[in-house]
Design a protein around this ligand. Sequence first.
Ligand code: MOS
Length: 756
Amino acid sequence: MPEGMIGQGIGASPVRVDGRAKVTGAAHYASDMAVPNPAWAFLVTSAIARGRVTAIDETEARRVPGVLDILHHGNMRGEVQEAGFFAGGGYAGSSLRPLEDDRVHHDGEIVAVVLAESYETAREAAYRLQVRYAEEQPSAGFDTEGAEARDAKDAVQGHEDAEVGDADAAFAAAPVKIEAAYETPTQHHNPIELFTTTASWENGRLTILEGSQYVHGLRNGVAKQLGLDPSLVRVESPFIGGAFGSRGSLTQRTALIAVAARRLNRPVKLVATRDQGFTIATYRAETRQRVKLAANPDGTLVAFVHEGTEVSSRPDPYKVAGTQTTARMYACPNIRTKVTILHADRNTPGFMRSPPEVPYMFGLESAMDELAHALGMDPIELRRVNDSTHESVKGLPWTSRGLMRCFDAGAEAFGWKDRTPQPRSMRDGDWLVGYGCASTIYPTHLGAATARVTLTPDGRARVQTAAHEIGTGTYTVVAQAAAEGLGLPLEKVLVEMGSSELPPSPVSGGSNVTASVCAVVMKACEEIRARIAAAAGQGPLQGRDPATLRLAEGSLRAPDGAAEPLTEAMARASNGAIEVYAENIPHGLPEGALKSLYQGKPALGAGLEGKDRVMAAFGAEFVEVRVHSRTAETRVARILGAFAAGRIVNPRTARSQLMGGLIWGIGSALHEATEMDRKRARYVNDNIAEYLIPVNADVPKLDVLVLEEEDKATPLGIKGLGELGNVGTNAAIANAVFHATGKRIRTLPIRIESLL
Ligand code: MOS
């Protein structure tokens, strides 16, 4: 038996239950699923970022044999209504209606959909479709004319900036201070699975096969767009080839493919190209930030000001506002934050792994390193003197906070004591050596969830919940929860997910799913246990208090060791299967959270939004970089992360998530950026040859330490960790580069030219 198979409940490390299916090709992703006699769609996207489509000449395109139809604004018949921007109570990643009229709102907007008998035919015809434009001067965002800046307080529902004490006065009067500007670039998710949609109709019912992080959101959003009752729309997304936020909200393509399938009266398949993926889905918007940080000579913070400006589209005020996190990170009596949204002629940005924390924690954690240097203090000690059991904006307690334990364990394992504090003081031949560190944090978002658990008389369980396997191991951890709750071996648990026909679960975003879904599955299992225990009076467990009976190792067990095999105990309680449908609203979420869930709205709460407490996972990240003294080539030589994230459901998959985050952090700090032609507001490197990400040769020895942490705030004590790993890495690397070279780089990514 492989080591990973020992123990199968919560806390064990079984290998992924879907691992074999994935590596053998048996796992079918949405676009792999066969439909009879499909037509193929190819998108035509705009060649300008702002203006109008003045004419579409179909003649040449229609001549290609096998072309079936061409959808564009001129022949839409009002089939697609607005689904609403998700952050304003709607469903979509943008409030724009696809092919609504002749206006072009951003580069790469869908302007036509060509339908044909084959993919190649559709592509050929799309190339021959002649679209003429009247171009207007677009604004790309920063440093271009015409962008419109709006205070996030006015632009975004519910946005609050922090205002504690008088930060500007305290800063002015403080003995030690730093003030600096930081910049983070546009980044695109680039999941390996392209953006695909297959739509088919049967008797007025629509089936959509599409990789989605939120099948209920997609179903309800498309239903709204097409004027259908949601029960007539089915969304299937059994596996997802990467998402990272890009499949979190409804995008414009889905309804168009559904309309195409209805017009042709046959299934339609779309596989968008890699470059189209840059503009038909979302991305991480660039930010510019100003940080002011001041302290007493002993390092205690006296003032913190964090101002950030984020790019968004013209119509939609998408914001990440990571100041919500940075303002709460350390003890500080005077805090002021401000977020500004810069509306430009861009597609609407959206969630991308750890959306608020990645850019804003780069600002704060770089500034903390700058302040430590100004104070002549070790950067870990600076964090220690400002550690706090309570967050600083409302004074609410952290449910648990493992930050300094992570720094201590991480520093020990990394060998931080070998660092000589002076920048440029460590060297290995031609290479300048630098050690850097940074804090990481990710709020514990939780969502209402539902699940159906069925125990059949043969002692097998089936768990049904519309969560999503986004590559993180959700099938496995949900199976572990049921195995734990019912005392069954993992192979007796079948998990069904990724379909809108199943009981709704929240959006698979914000690292909430393991905590939210395991909680409701455990709740269902507890009810099954209670029913079986209540019927145990006649058997070998006669006389025991049902409340003390547990399901474990395939039996119903009393504390004194008496036991009855599960199938026999179960037969007393039921003539057949026992099926329980459970609903759960985590502490701190409103009653309305369940209603929102059934409407397909991504209502997550808790985290930093709790009314009586705040909850987050923490960590400390350590990096050794080597910068070549003559060429400025920069390499990460070692990276170590120590994390405390409550109860770990599966240490094996947790480690994979954290490792993946650290690796992404390397890419984010040193490689990744979507470059723009700022004059035309168009993305330039919209392919994965020129959009740089780390390859194996860029990834050094990685160490992941996961510390034990008991958090009693929720019944299971689980904190999400899927987005925790990459938050601190940008700053840890930049801080290490400063230590190696004496050069403080405040604009990401850090490239050779940054250091020359
Ligand atoms: Mo994630 S960016 O919360 O899908």
